[in-house]
Write a protein that binds this ligand. Structure first.
Ligand code: NCD
Length: 294
């Protein structure tokens, strides 16, 4: 049985197969390949897009979805996460999708289940389905020619799990990763080129991935105000005109902090296309893991 904890759980070939299924699912034709299957979602952290994206993907394929209300679940009564998951597993679901603030938690649950576990975000560690949908959006935009493309990941690269998963995934498809962040958000490793301003890299860049400041993961206040951050890191029309790059953001966007209102309407800003692609990619992943298709 296969789980999805991090993007390296899939080979390059498997990822390309997921992309071809996703292309078909983007047509949104009625389909019931997961009819009779039951998928449980367990979200211990806030989510708008990811949970509804998984739910819509599952329903598009004919599956039923049970969202465990973690606010009222027994973990609040002192039950351990392992017991909660073992109990859910005893009800024989076909997959469990989990988001938690603790890095490594989804992986540690594997020994307690008989169905695939899908990591929908674990702390600042990984968010594999987001990175796969980001790569898919890039792949489609450049018609498969990702080799040699340069990306600038801009913002809170230290605390963002989206940045973490993309840093590991994109180089496998020949994409050169550059990180742009203020000192307080710099990534602690040295495998990537790091910059302090967008101006230093922009003329050389094909893709910009803007990130949200992960305020919930900071235990100190770095900035007087987010406006101060925006002065240096917000994606503006001036940058869009200076270089022709594809603009991505995983959402939720802090308007006029991460990306300006005008740029959100720009044709090279693909934030909503990422959301649409997310449903198709998650449908392809559910199909692969639940039907155990190699
Ligand atoms: C991200 C997340 O939760 O990791 N959002 C998402 O899933 N699309 C990014 C974020 O919260 O900034």
């Amino acid at each position: 049985m296969q789980h999805l904890i991090r993007t390296s759980d899939f080979t390059k070939e498997e990822i390309l197969d997921i992309f071809s299924d996703a292309r078909e699912f983007l047509e949104f034709k009625p389909c019931d390949i997961l009819k009779g299957k039951i998928i449980v979602t367990l979200f211990f952290e806030n989510s708008t897009r990811t949970r509804s994206s998984f739910e819509i993907a599952a329903k598009r394929l004919g599956a039923e979805v049970v969202n465990l209300d973690v606010g009222t679940s027994s973990t609040k009564k002192g039950e351990t996460m392992y017991d909660t998951v073992a109990n859910i597993n005893a009800m024989k679901p076909d997959a469990i999708i989990i988001r938690h603030s603790e890095c490594g938690l989804p992986e540690s649950l594997i020994g307690y289940v008989d169905c695939p576990i899908i990591n929908a975000g674990d702390g600042r560690h990984s968010h594999p389905t987001q990175a796969l949908l980001d790569l898919f959006t890039i792949y489609e935009y450049f018609e498969g020619k990702t080799e040699g493309k340069k990306i600038a990941i801009v913002g809170d690269v230290r605390n963002s799990r989206v940045a973490g998963s993309n840093r590991r995934l994109l180089p496998r498809f020949g994409i050169d990763v550059n990180l742009v962040a203020p000192d307080c958000f710099k990534y602690e490793g040295d495998e990537f080129k790091q910059f302090s301003t967008i101006a230093e890299v922009i003329d050389d860049i094909d893709i910009v991935m803007s990130l949200r400041s992960q305020l919930e993961r900071h235990n100190i206040t770095y900035f007087e105000s987010l406006q101060e951050y925006a002065r240096d890191f917000c994606i503006t029309n001036e940058l869009m005109e200076r270089k022709e790059f594809l603009l991505l953001h995983p959402g939720p966007v802090n308007r006029n902090i991460d990306i300006t209102d005008e740029v959100l309407k720009h044709e090279r800003c693909k934030v909503l296309e990422q959301v649409t692609n997310g449903v198709a990619i998650r449908a392809a992943i559910l199909k692969k893991l639940i039907l155990k298709i190699k």
